[in-house]
Design a protein around this ligand. Structure first.
Ligand code: GLU
Length: 489
């Protein structure tokens, strides 16, 4: 079998969309599973919609996800992507081949003329297809139009290609995901392959590039199915092998509409900024179409690659369940290596003076607060009381847990004991706190948890949070004393 080669071909008209990340992942998985190569190509033929910031975002996001591409122009020991705008000298050569073979022709129609055709079709309630007005222009007619200052675009003759390679206008292909797909090509107008400014259109550039890059399998979103019929005809007209195609269902929001900003984050970088881990994101998007054969959903990229079969990918749309992503992200946060997690947490703790804590203390704080959070941004709230001198009380906490006579007695006694506490020894602190709770239970019949609520409230302003031993140890004696005495006052 020929070499398996796939590609991801994003257009840089926005940051890397989570849907494109899924397409990239499925291509990557297909390549890994089949010992193939995975290529990145930036499709920036539309200069107006392209920006370098988006290109950078696409690179960075793919790399952060671990979807590194296997080849491309060498940029200082690393692979750059293939970029269509750097290949503009290539496309006219292939357009010329199509012109020479009679599968393409120059079109001198002005935008106004084309607009008039479209209006006419709309008036007659007909779907618009180009009139083919320019298909049979003589050399003389062309010279005359050129003399008027018109520059031709190049159009592909759909009917000529169809007649040359297919017995019927209805052409078929066997999609790797969706099975047999067909289209009546007589409904496809002769489309532009080279614009009058000399740049290629998407359908043409994509075929030339996939042909030259020897792409064997094209895995992409189902929104490209209608383009596929045009592309098949171009491959055939160029005398190239037609690759295999697999079209993935769309990713929809929970309300079944197109996933968009109003539902939440849509770009990979937005998810990361909100506190999602790229490992969790990747695992989550894999499940949008693919299901593990053993039913275990949490898997590494390597495990998924082993279990991935394109023919088993669901052909229907997938729903992007933010709740499920949150759950999954929480699972990854829970298991992540603590040093790595602490590093990832830092950008979410910018509000605080991190120099108040040693690296080791910060790791303790993160380890003690990583559950039950689902996204890293929650850490800002959940670690708040570890920083600064003073705390804010949650509503009702002071009245219920600090200002009562019983609470004041607990706090006063605690304050009197503090000098005997060993603040450098978490284990010891646990024992001392246990003795403290027992004292109030035995002498005053106060439930241990009530005693602890008071201490916790005075130290954190809350009645829930991290392990008390960690809180006492990280805050240290001076801060503990300060907050307790402030609560007494
Ligand atoms: N550049 C196209 C897009 O971003 C992808 C084309 C393709 O995969 O063929 O939608």
């Amino acid at each position: 079998m020929d070499e398996i080669r796939v590609r991801i071909a994003p257009s840089p008209s926005g940051n890397l969309h989570i849907g494109t990340a899924r397409t990239a992942l499925f291509n990557y998985l297909f390549a890994r599973k089949n010992g193939g190569k995975y290529v990145l190509r930036i499709e920036d033929t539309d200069a107006e919609r392209t920006s370098q910031a988006y290109i950078d975002n696409i690179f960075d996001s793919l790399k952060a996800l671990g979807l590194n591409w296997d080849e491309g122009p060498d940029v200082g020991g690393e692979y750059g992507p293939y970029t269509q705008s750097e290949r503009f000298d290539i496309y006219p050569k292939y357009a010329q081949i199509l012109l020479d073979k009679g599968f393409a022709y120059e079109c001198y129609c002005t935008p106004e003329e084309l607009e008039a055709e479209k209006e006419e079709a709309a008036k007659n309630k007909q779907a618009y297809v180009y009139s083919k007005k320019c298909e049979n222009l003589t050399e003389e007619q062309k010279e005359k139009l050129k003399a008027e200052g018109r520059k031709p675009a190049i159009r592909f003759s759909v009917s000529k290609a169809q007649q040359a390679f297919h017995s019927s206008p209805v052409i078929h292909f066997n999609d790797l995901v969706k099975g047999d797909l067909h289209q009546d090509t007589s409904l496809i107008g002769d489309f532009v392959i080279m614009k009058s400014n000399g740049t290629p259109t998407y359908n043409f550039a994509v075929v030339v590039d996939d042909m030259l890059m020897k792409i064997s399998h094209i895995i992409r979103g189902e929104d490209h199915i209608s383009n596929t019929f045009k592309q098949i005809l171009i491959y055939e007209a160029l005398g190239a092998d037609v690759p295999k195609f697999g079209h993935l269902g769309m990713i929809l929001a929970p309300d079944r509409s197109k996933l968009s900003k109003r539902h939440g984050a849509t770009a990979v970088s937005e998810f990361v900024e909100k506190g999602y881990l790229t490992e969790a994101l990747l695992n989550f998007v894999a499940l949008l179409g693919w299901s593990p054969s053993d039913g275990v959903e949490i898997k590494t990229l390597d495990e998924i690659a082993q279990d991935f079969r394109i023919g088993e990918v669901s052909s229907s749309n997938s729903i992007f369940e933010y709740d499920k992503l949150n759950w999954m992200n929480g699972q990854y946060i829970k298991k992540m290596d603590i040093k790595k997690l602490t590093e990832m947490a830092k950008p979410f703790l910018k509000k605080y003076d991190l120099s108040e804590l040693s690296e080791e203390q910060l790791e303790k704080v993160i380890a003690a607060t990583r559950e039950p959070i689902t996204i890293l941004s929650e850490l800002e709230h959940d670690t708040a009381y570890f920083f600064g001198k003073d705390i804010e009380y949650d509503e009702g906490v002071k009245a219920e847990n600090i200002d009562t006579e019983q609470a004041q007695n607990i706090l006063k006694y605690f304050d009197s004991q503090l000098d005997s506490y060993d603040f450098d020894n978490e284990e010891k602190l646990h024992e001392q706190m246990a003795d403290f709770r027992t004292y109030f239970k035995e002498n005053y019949g106060i439930k241990p948890k009530v005693t602890m609520w008071t201490i916790r409230a005075a130290l954190t302003g809350r009645t829930r949070g991290a392990d008390m031993g960690v809180i006492l140890e990280v805050l240290g004696k001076d801060k503990v004393k300060y907050r307790i005495e402030k609560a007494i006052a």
